[in-house]
Design a binder for this molecule. Structure first.
Ligand SMILES: [Zn+2]
Length: 415
């Protein structure tokens, strides 16, 4: 009948395979019997699909036995970490990092190169391409398939054209990153916003694995975010959603690199924290940070402020507290809007969480709906600065779990 798609036995079998891979990824190590119980598939179907997945090297028996209440111990299964590799790249404000990951997830190889301030996008993409090629050849000689390359970018990305639309922190606009990479490297490619990647990595493997709604804040030199709802990043019509860093929080505030004024980024990012420290010292407040940098305030880094806070330097502590307050103000609105189960703090400034959290929590208690706060847990990113890199693997996992062809097996063998 026109307009109706008939589900045949091949579709059904393929659907069952993705269901099993899904449960394996979520609950491994897991036995065949538990897979059948959790998925609702019958045991014969599970056994037959697992047999083919093992024969094709996609699933392995771990060698561990799972305790059973009655009868023999059951053999534990998991996705084979060595079934394939994924190459992830992340362009950050100060460096480009490229890594090779297995499916466990683990980073097996990584290399980074520094980016100069003001460096042109074309030259940074060239640098990235050289590292990507190096990563690819480090895998190729092993004969393990590379499922794809995923590149995280520090700005707004148009997913329909794989273009970086605007990276305010870098001064880049309309860079066709996808096209530039695919001209040189012919592997499946995805690009995305770094905070979106971080949010999906934490949702798949990290701190928000069991949450239906989570908010990831990348507290890097700039402030960015990703919202994950039911295992998918809220990306909007063209991939521009989930970006809370540029919501206006103070209409009379400071000019932001994006062109607007008073964005959340201008008051709650690591850059805002450093500005507070410099301003306090310029006003004559004593701080050991001034001695550490020999009076050259432009040389103050986040590590200087963190180290100073640890020895109770007043200027450093006050800067953390103010930044935490602004983080809490913005988060209160987002909690009311999203009612998230988890808020994850990632990025380099999250290393100062002990000095940020009291002010963040105080603002949230004051401003957000009581019920929404009660259900919300603030956690640190499990993968710290590597969240966005591991997002590459999460993106590929999403494809594995939703599109059978990404499981590197021939459909013919499976049906
Ligand atoms: Zn802005």
């Amino acid at each position: 009948m026109a307009g109706l798609k008939t589900i045949n036995h091949v579709d059904m079998r393929n659907r069952n395979i993705t269901i099993i891979v899904n449960y394996l990824y979520r609950y491994a190590p897991i036995s065949r019997a538990s897979l059948a119980r959790k998925s609702g598939l019958n045991k014969a179907t599970v056994t037959s699909i697992i047999r083919v997945l093992i024969e094709n090297g996609f699933v392995i028996e771990t060698g561990k036995s799972l305790r059973k209440v009655i009868g023999h111990p059951a053999t534990a299964l998991q996705v084979n970490p060595d079934a394939a590799r994924v190459i992830g790249a992340e362009i950050r404000a100060e460096e480009v990092v490229v890594a090779v990951m297995d499916l466990s997830p683990a980073i097996l190889w990584r290399e980074s190169q520094t980016i100069q301030e003001g460096q042109k996008a074309v030259s940074v993409i060239d640098q990235t391409l050289r590292l990507l090629n190096k990563a690819y050849y480090s895998v190729k000689y092993l004969g393990i398939p590379v499922l794809g390359i995923v590149v995280s970018l520090p700005g707004l990305v148009d997913l329909s054209t794989n273009t970086l639309i605007d990276a305010p922190g870098m001064g880049w606009k309309n860079v066709p990153v996808g096209e530039m990479i695919q001209r040189e490297i012919h592997l499946p490619l995805a690009i995305g916003n770094s905070a979106h990647m971080g949010s999906i990595a934490e949702n798949y493997f990290g701190a928000s694995k069991d949450s239906e709604v989570s908010l990831y804040l990348n507290l890097g030199s700039t402030l960015s975010s990703g919202i994950v709802i039911m295992d998918s990043v809220l990306s909007g019509a063209a991939g521009l959603a989930s970006e809370a860093g540029h919501m206006t929080i103070d209409p009379h505030g400071e000019k932001c690199a994006c062109g607007n004024s008073g964005c959340w980024d201008t008051v709650a990012s690591q850059r805002a924290l450093l500005k507070r420290v410099r301003y306090a010292i310029q006003r004559g407040q004593p701080s050991l940070i001034q001695e550490v940098v020999g009076g050259e305030l432009t040389k103050i880094t986040f590590s200087h402020v963190l180290e100073a806070a640890k020895v109770r330097d007043e200027v450093a502590l006050r800067a953390f507290e103010e930044t935490g307050c602004w983080l809490g103000v913005g988060l209160s609105g987002l909690i009311n809007l999203l009612n998230p189960e988890t808020i994850i703090l990632g990025g380099s400034m999250s290393a100062g969480h002990e000095f940020l959290l009291p002010a963040i929590e105080e603002e949230i208690q004051k401003r957000a709906f009581v019920g929404a706060v009660k259900d919300c847990q603030i956690s640190l990113a499990k993968y710290g600065e590597d969240s966005s890199l591991l997002g590459s693997l999460a993106v590929v996992y999403w494809n594995l779990l939703n599109q059978l062809q990404y499981i590197t097996l021939s459909t013919k063998e499976l049906v």
